[in-house]
Design a binder for this molecule. Sequence first.
Ligand SMILES: Nc1nc2c(c(=O)[nH]1)N[C@H]1C(S)=C(S)[C@@H](COP(=O)(O)O)O[C@H]1N2
Ligand SMILES: [Mo]
Length: 382
Amino acid sequence: MNDEPLPPDHGAPVWVIVPGYVGGRCVKWLKKVWVSVKENESHYRIWDNRVLPSFITEKDGEFAMTMFNHPSSACNEQNLNSVIVRPSQGEKLPLLEARKGKTYRIEGYAYDGGGHDVQRVEVSLDGGETWLYCIRRFPDAPIRHGNKFWTWLYWHVDVKLAHLLRAKNISIRCWNVFKNTEPEHPTWNTMAHGMTNNCWYKVKPEVIEEREDGVPEILFRHPCEPGTGDEGWMKPSNEQKIVDAKTSGDAPAKQFTREVIEKHDNEKSCWIVADGKVYDTTSVLEWHPGGATAILGHAGKVHQETSDEFASIHNGDASQKLNECILGKVTEKPATFIEKHAEARAKELAQPSQVNEDLVLQKHRWVPVRLRERKEVSQECF
Ligand SMILES: Nc1nc2c(c(=O)[nH]1)N[C@H]1C(S)=C(S)[C@@H](COP(=O)(O)O)O[C@H]1N2
Ligand SMILES: [Mo]
């Protein structure tokens, strides 16, 4: 898989892939193949990967029973689909760039099931009034053999930035060998808020003015899953929020020495140091979802662990909250101290002498275990 040996969680030693078919028809951990006059009746075959008419709103009842068992509702071959990858979710473009007459490359992928060719890909910047023809880039052999296309193709189109900035939204649609295209809107069906929906993928530009130099930017947002309450558009990802929080809201110029920081190691005054910045987190103690002790463990400490631990268990919202507590930076001396200390610790952790063989769950290493017993819990087979 991806040029690596197939890993166990993806089906090693055997996974039968049915090219052009939905994942649900591709069987991992294959034990047996048999030929039968009747369709497989396993749970997932009947009750998953089906598209039902929208009047069926529940999984029980006579209609549901009939339709879930009806061959016409099964998803087998993948359906036509196209997605915009660039502009990516959260991507920002300074408006100034448009003045220079620059172009921007809109990119993405498209595929169809059953080995069918995607014959045309189109982008609209005016909500579907007019469409721009995109260049398609097919994969090389051996994935593409004869006239069969077993994987996605990449497409792109270059547009004038000035044009892009005026766009209502960026929509993409493609056409298959039957000269059919994707619908503009999704169709509700009962499986997980609508299975096989392949309506136009849209990216929404939004002008924002949060840059310090006053130059407005255009922010691109991708659609989100239904039911998230985000009005259809994805929020910036956690990773992005962390990057933003780190780069924006520059630390006040004030610098603190180690001696000063170390005094604030208690509930009355709790300072922590992360990524070279000093924060007063005293007010956080009473509401911190992970409890006050989790923070107090780092209070007044000038070490790398605070940064590492913070990054490994918090999300972007936490980074923003932390930013509200900023006091300043550490002086150069503690900064070097943190670095040295981190290096020493990394070396320490790499020492095999530290390993306690009896411990299975260890933070920094994989521990091999032996399978002692295997119990069959379900007879079900795909
Ligand atoms: N044995 C077995 N194979 C299976 C499944 C399963 O439940 N059992 N799920 C299928 C579905 S629905 C998908 S989407 C893919 C998921 O593969 P992945 O684990 O590599 O994402 O495996 C397919 N093969
Ligand atoms: Mo799936």
